[in-house]
Ligand binder design. Structure first.
Ligand SMILES: O=C(CO)[C@H](O)[C@H](O)COP(=O)(O)O
Length: 237
């Protein structure tokens, strides 16, 4: 069942941004209509890639405050262990913090750390991670993130079996009666976003689909791609 009553949110993943001009990239995608900034943290341990940490988040948050850019920073931790970095990202201006259940020794405690720090909390599910991790903690969640690629790299193809997983996650969330966002991350493009939305996702992480636009010659690249997502999502119902 599609999430007809949910508002759709677009979350560009800065994994594919030009890190040399990160503040400006974030300004441009938000001004072009994006809703959240998806901030991918990789440690070369939990995933085979290394990206950015709390110092960059803190600078970005300060830049956004200074320049009046209002958008939640949605921090996706692909690290193990998670708790120490959770504390640092709370301090760095994160709005959402999500982590992988396999990466925490005490999932309930990690969720409590996030919520006690004033942030919204979420669990992230790799393609083969069962949704049973939602049992007993769903009342502590603000977001469920379904990875539709194996984590670690941008530019991979959407794994079709994740449509069924999104449908299952949507059913569980609806049964909980809680306002939990259902985010999807990996291989989200203009040509598949409608079926992904109809499977129940309401929050769409897009890295290469958005940020490849600035490498084209189109000076309105971000406007065009984000408008494209909005138009398709409106069709999705
Ligand atoms: O978390 C990620 C990879 O682990 C990225 O956010 C994700 O892959 C987005 O990139 P793209 O839209 O290019 O697939």
């Amino acid at each position: 069942m599609a999430a007809a009553s949910m508002d759709h949110k677009i979350a560009p993943s800065i994994l594919s941004a030009d890190f040399a001009r990160l503040g400006q990239e974030v300004e441009e995608v938000i001004q072009s209509g994006a809703d959240l900034i998806h901030f991918d943290v990789m440690d070369n341990h939990y995933v085979p890639n290394l990206t950015i940490g709390p110092a960059v988040c803190k600078s970005l948050y300060a830049h956004m405050q200074r320049t009046g850019i209002e958008a939640p920073i949605d921090v996706h931790l692909m690290v193990s262990p998670v708790d120490q970095l959770i504390e640092q990202f709370i301090d760095a201006g994160a709005s959402y913090i999500t982590f992988h259940p396999e990466a925490s020794q005490h999932i309930d405690r990690s969720l409590a750390l996030i919520r006690d720090g004033g942030c919204k909390a979420g669990l992230v599910f790799n393609p083969a991670t069962p949704l049973s991790y939602l049992d007993y903690v769903i009342d502590k969640l603000d977001m469920v993130l379904i990875m539709s690629v194996n984590p670690g790299f941008g530019g991979q193809s959407f794994i079709p079996a994740m449509l069924d997983k999104l449908r299952d996650a949507r059913r569980i969330i609806d049964q909980s009666g809680r306002a939990i966002r259902l985010e999807v991350d990996g291989g989200v493009k203009l040509d598949n976003v409608v079926e992904i939305a109809r499977a129940g996702a309401d929050t769409f992480v897009a890295g290469s689909a958005v940020f490849s636009a600035h490498r084209s010659d189109d000076p309105h690249g971000y406007d065009s791609v984000i408008r494209g997502f909005r138009e398709r999502l409106a069709d999705a119902g």
